[in-house]
Write a new protein. Structure first.
Ligand SMILES: N[C@@H](CCC(=O)N[C@@H](CS)C(=O)NCC(=O)O)C(=O)O
Length: 215
């Protein structure tokens, strides 16, 4: 299976973690990115397959699909073990909802911080930080006293971690949210998660991009 991935793409991170959890070896090609602005530059195969011109894109023996959620569904269908969704229908529905929230509610709130890295004292930066903290709080409340977002480790945790990392890399810490901080530690004790996180850190180091100090 070939994966077109973004070197700092949080949606690619979801697929990389899910594949590693299942022991799937992907042939990963990082598409060109504009490192200073963290934006996708373009790639002929990605642009041909995905009219939205976004990564990740997966090719498996002639099957060409895009969107991290769909790709993870396909991996789950083809490699059901270990399962990355809870078996029980209500828990599964709850997990899917968390995954959707991570991508479409929390990630948009968390990513904005990146726009103000170079000017953290502006009013817009303060607004972005407040929004990102709101997302961290929502994640913390969703987790509650559970070990994992939907009871068992699932794609809900994987998607939430990818979103979480966006703001974490821009210096935001879950300092006064100990449950979320402990969940981060649990996530990062998994080799699949560490590998995906360290892949981004290596890319940033290669590009000589320094991450902001924790705020
Ligand atoms: N819903 C899509 C979102 C993918 C997405 O936003 N990818 C970003 C990278 S993290 C991208 O390729 N952006 C390029 C662009 O929009 O120009 C998914 O889950 O795969």
């Amino acid at each position: 299976m070939k994966l077109y991935s973004g070197p700092v793409s949080m949606f690619s991170v979801k697929v990389l973690i899910a594949a590693a959890e299942k022991g799937i070896r992907l042939d990963v090609e990082n598409v060109p990115y504009q490192p200073r602005t963290f934006t996708y530059v373009g790639h002929p195969e990605v642009d041909r397959i995905n009219p939205k011109r976004q990564v990740p894109v997966l090719i498996d023996q002639g099957l060409e699909i895009f969107d991290s959620t769909l790709i993870c569904e396909y991996l789950e269908d083809v490699f059901p073990e270990p399962p990355l969704w809870p078996a029980e229908p209500r828990s599964r529905a709850a997990a899917r909802l968390v995954e959707l929230k991570a991508d479409e509610v929390w990630f948009p709130k968390l990513r904005q911080l990146g726009q103000f890295v170079r000017d953290p004292s502006s009013a817009e930066a303060a607004e972005a930080k407040a929004l990102a903290l709101e997302a961290y709080r929502e994640m913390d409340e969703t987790l509650g006293e559970r070990t994992w977002m939907a009871g068992v480790f699932s794609l809900a945790d994987i998607a939430a971690y990818a979103a979480f990392l966006t703001a974490y890399f821009f210096g935001l810490r879950p300092g006064d949210l100990p449950r979320l901080a402990a969940w981060q530690t649990r996530m990062e004790s998994r080799p699949s998660v560490r590998a995906a996180r360290d892949g981004i850190l290596s890319y940033l180091a290669e590009q000589r991009i320094r991450l902001p100090e924790p705020a």
